[in-house]
Design a protein around this ligand. Sequence first.
Ligand code: NDP
Ligand code: 2IT
Length: 453
Amino acid sequence: MPSTQKIEEVLDYIKESSPGQDEFYQAAEEVLESLRPLLNEDGRYLEHNILERIVIPERTIIFRVTWLDDAGKVNVNVGYRVQFNSTIGQYKGGLRFHPTVSLGTVKFLGFEQIFKNALTGLQIGGAKGGANFNPKGKSDNEIMKFCQAFMSELYKHIGQHKDVPAGDIGVGAREIGYLFGQYKRLTGEFEGVLTGKGLNWGGSLARKEATGYGSVYFAENFLNVYGKSLKGKRCAVSGSGNVAIYTIEKLYELGAIPVSCSDSRGTIYAKDGINLKALKAIKEIHHASLEEYATVDCACSYTPVSTYPKGGHAVWHIACDVAFPSATQNELTLVDAKALKANGCILVNEGANMPTTPEAYEFIKANGILFSPGKAANAGGVATSQLEMSQNASMAQWSFDEVDAKLKVIMKNIFTTAYETSKAFNDEGNLVMGANIAGFRKVADAMIEQGAV
Ligand code: NDP
Ligand code: 2IT
């Protein structure tokens, strides 16, 4: 059967069997469409029905999370863990706590994670989880109560050799601490069941920084191919969470000028560069809005969401050489891509998962802007999670520089793998295709070797 027909069949199946899971469909369509040259070259993948198998999670766990707020009222949320694919290692992927989380969100993230994890060159399978819980405005005690209730079901399905969750949007060091404490209380086991742990109890140095740093290393590798570098480049960064903050930190270290950041309420533009110390204090310590940042850095401007360009986001309308979308999915639209082009942007480097809409990506590609897909560019986080697991297994603790040096090598390898694969399939520099084919091939070959399971 020709690959085109099979891809259409599988996408139709997803549409019919997963109604309302638009984000999952979007992620699956991008991956499947870009596999065409591989499927045409090597008939084994269709022969072994790999496409049909890879789009269905091995296991999906959906559960009720019931917790008491500070007023003593019972609250209820929905929790998820999608264990997508364990062919090349135990399930691995973050947990997201955000009111918009649905089964479709977790499936899109889990699907992406399969290929991202394969690209790291390490042995980790793909998974994702989370809940439609809104951490905003909750007290520390309520966050703890929620995490404990969430883990009271999740602990039955995870383990250091089975499934190792980590953070994502709304899940940082504090939440990982509460989740770990509850896991230990319920199982009586002290084990590396989560990554992103505190440094005194099994965490790895440089895990916190890894996704942002890795994203910047990836961009630098890409620019170097064209005889360019980040030094002196004006960079627009979106988001102001874990990924955005450490993207900004590493950009400064490489001599670039990060001129923006954003949150769900607005965008900051600082012509001479974001004040990183103020940003960290506001976001990591006070968990406050960027409006507060605007009161500290008087030279900056603040654009609230209500005044964003129609169908777009203020951050991408700032003149920049390189764009680092590092907040959330579908945050960079066609309107935004056109503004980036008009302002001379040469590279869009995805720190978030699937931040660029398909229409924006088509425009970016057609207009010769370089593009780093998230599953390659943001893989430094999960790769360093695996380094944390490795340290836990050997009861070792590596220095910050040791972990960072390994991260740098891993990001270079991911870049080279995606780039060389794009070349091998006659579309040099198309890293969407390169990353998807390289990640898919590694998992699919292993699926064939392991038989019909
Ligand atoms: P954080 O929770 O630390 O930060 C998220 C940031 O994005 C916040 O500034 C938040 O604003 C903003 N944001 C979230 N949702 C929305 C929304 N719907 N609209 C506008 N802004 C939004 O998360 P991370 O930094 O960890 O994650 C950012 C992205 O990077 C996500 O796509 C995640 O999947 C991806 N990623 C994360 C990794 C990690 O190791 N943490 C690894 C690889 C990818 P506000 O605070 O106002 O909500
Ligand atoms: O999207 C991601 O890669 C993450 N949120 C990190 C996953 C992990 O297991 O470290």
